[in-house]
Design a protein around this ligand. Structure first.
Ligand code: F6R
Length: 607
């Protein structure tokens, strides 16, 4: 959470900082601010609210800024409410910082510094670091930074400017990401590469415990003892246009439309001679045969991809799979051993709970395999094996294309586990792969006519609560549909295994309450249809998502969304599209900020 940027070069930095911050706004948008060095003074402008609502207006009032070095921040509040005073940058004249992360021992530092005469203004944990840097600063920035980060506990990526060094930016990190962008005669820092794509594709990855001293001509790196470190230049594969809306009204809609391509890009390189291939990460059939248990650990939508994975791996490979929410897994003393495989799923690769679960699995000695979208992210670096999802940058806070490709990789894994364990033969494995290869076109078909989704969304407008129901794979999918709807439309919704309704939840059904049923699993169809009839006869307004060719009686559903049919096993990859679009149009109709829903941030780097 929180995005940080920095620029030093020959150009005026104000607009570059704002432009880069806009690209990171998905990381948090409670407030934003910049600090620049101008006429030997650090000047800070910051405001509550989104960049355009607060910061840009304040900057207009400030007038022209000629500074060529500065740092910027967009905040997801953790300590202290969203307000001007709690916004970053935070400093005190000699040193000013932007921070992403949480300082756990900030109270102790604050008490210490208060005794030394420092007066605190904000409620943030960050202010304790800014003042600690000032306390240790005697003219040598590296020394002050080394001493300060030795005292602090917690997660941090810090961008730091010192008044005495007007052409320099300093950076240090632990557990929160930070990169140093390399331009021509200019250098940058950023929480992730999407902020910099417009300016450069080349960057250094700052590792934990490394300090970067950055001037317009380059960056020097050292450890906390001042020992020099040589770093390799990395090159981003993402394109600047991928981080733009490209004519769509929202990133979410654009990203939904990018799904066919994202699936193709993710699966094609992993299919060799018609079979799924995991050579790139070193996962062999021998290993897959011998794992005692398979765990899948993730949060939110990524966890739902894990739920789909559980159903397909168990059904094809007849091997048990345990899916866990990362925040639960890490604290429940899991029955995990060095003969297990732990699959970690994360779009950002920075989710704090997921990362902690990965570290736990690594400690136990289990094999860890990460499905990650962001190259160079912490999870990608810490997992023993990594497979990247090739979704490109996902900017909308609500995950769509990343969820899609997490699933696509999960299918390839399921096919390979089953093949390795000989529960399917080579022909069947090839056949399943070819079925998977039809998915991009089927998603494309779902996107041809968006009217049914708009209509379905309009039926939800009056509701303050609704249910998603399904059985088997449809149940896994209804969890995702329900999460997507509530996070962006703010309509309360729950997902239920359709057969479970009558054990309590059905009492919620009242006249006109919407129920969204997913009926893609032919074997379970008669059962789910009965459940739909049960809720409809009690007054529910039933919307059904159903494959082409299946007839649903009018006493079971009020509104039917027909999607292309395919083999039951792969239907989640198709049926999720209407669920994403129903959520999308519900949020649009309600006038919500679709890409930046309230209280949320894209990358959840706090517990
Ligand atoms: C929902 C959503 C979140 C993320 C979750 C995990 O639309 O995007 O539920 O799936 O926060 O994030 P990653 O995948 O970055 O670990």
């Amino acid at each position: 959470m929180c995005g940080i940027v920095g620029y030093t070069g020959n150009k005026e930095c104000r607009d570059i900082l704002i432009n880069s911050l806009r690209k990171l706004e998905y990381r948090g948008y409670d407030s934003a601010g910049i600090a620049v060095i101008e006429n030997d003074r650090i000047k800070t402008v910051k405001a509550k609210g989104k960049i355009n609502d607060g910061l840009v207006k304040k900057l207009e009032e400030e007038g022209h800024l000629s500074a060529v070095t500065g740092i910027g921040h967009t905040r997801w509040a953790t300590h202290g409410e969203p307000s001007d005073i709690n916004s970053h940058p935070i400093g005190n004249g000699r040193v000013t910082i932007v921070h992403n992360g949480i300082i756990e021992n900030y109270r102790k530092i604050k008490t210490f510094l208060t005794e030394k005469g420092y007066v605190f203004e904000s409620e943030t944990d960050t202010e304790s670091v800014a003042k600690l840097l000032d306390y240790y600063y005697t003219g040598n920035p590296i020394e002050a930074i080394s001493k300060a980060v030795t005292d602090i506990e917690g997660a941090y990526a810090l961008g730091i400017i010192f008044r005495d060094y007007p052409d320099m930016i300093y950076a240090v990190r632990k557990d929160s990401p930070l990169i140093v962008g390399i331009g021509e005669g200019e250098m940058f820092i950023a929480s992730d590469m999407t902020a910099l794509l417009e300016y450069t594709k080349h960057y250094y990855l700052l590792e934990a415990g490394e300090i970067a001293s950055i001037s317009k001509s380059g960056a020097l790196f050292c450890d906390l003892h001042g020992n020099k470190i040589k770093k390799e230049v990395q090159t981003a594969t993402w394109d600047v246009s991928e981080a733009e809306k490209g004519g769509f009204e929202h990133f979410m809609l654009k990203e939904i439309h990018e799904q066919p391509d994202a699936v193709r890009k993710t699966i094609s390189p992993r299919i060799k001679d018609g079979l799924p291939c995991f050579d790139e990460c070193g996962l062999t059939d021998d290993m897959l045969r011998n794992y005692k248990h398979i765990f899948i650990i993730a949060c939110g939508s990524a966890m739902h991809a894990g739920m789909v994975g559980k159903y397909i791996i168990e059904s094809l490979a007849r091997t048990p799979v345990i899916v866990d929410i990362a925040s639960e897994f890490r604290y429940r003393n899991p029955l995990l051993c060095d003969k297990d495989l732990v699959v970690i799923i994360s779009q950002s690769g920075e989710t704090a709970d997921t990362k902690a679960a990965l570290e736990l699995a690594n400690e136990v000695g289990a094999d860890t395999l990460a499905f990650v979208n962001v190259v160079g992210s912490s999870i990608a670096r810490e997992a023993k094996m990594v497979m990247f999802t090739y979704a490109g940058p996902e900017i909308s806070v609500a995950s769509t294309k990343a969820f899609m490709v997490q699933n696509a990789l999960m299918y390839l894994l399921a096919f390979r586990v089953a093949y390795a364990r000989e529960t399917i033969d080579e022909n069947e494995c090839r056949r399943l792969v070819s079925v998977l290869e039809t998915v991009p076109d089927k998603i494309g078909e779902c996107l041809k006519d968006l009217d049914p989704y708009k209509k379905a969304a309009s039926k939800l407008m009056g509701a303050d609560s609704l249910l998603y129901i399904g059985r088997g794979l449809d149940y896994a999918l209804s969890m995702e549909g329900s999460l997507k709807l509530k996070e962006i439309s703010y309509i309360h919704s729950e997902s239920y295994a359709a057969g479970e309704l009558k054990h309590g939840t059905i009492s919620l059904i009242h006249n006109g309450m919407p129920v969204i049923a997913v009926t893609t699993q032919s074997e379970l169809l008669p059962k789910t249809v009965s459940n739909m009839r049960e809720v409809k006869s009690r007054g529910a307004y039933v919307v059904d998502v159903c494959p082409d060719g299946i007839k649903i009686d009018s006493d079971c559903a009020d509104f039917i969304i027909t999607i292309p049919s395919a083999e039951d096993l792969i239907m989640p990859l198709i049926a999720v599209v209407p669920l994403q679009l129903i959520a999308y149009y519900s949020a649009v109709l309600r006038g919500n900020d679709v890409d930046k829903p309230r209280n949320l941030a894209k990358s959840v780097t706090v517990e």
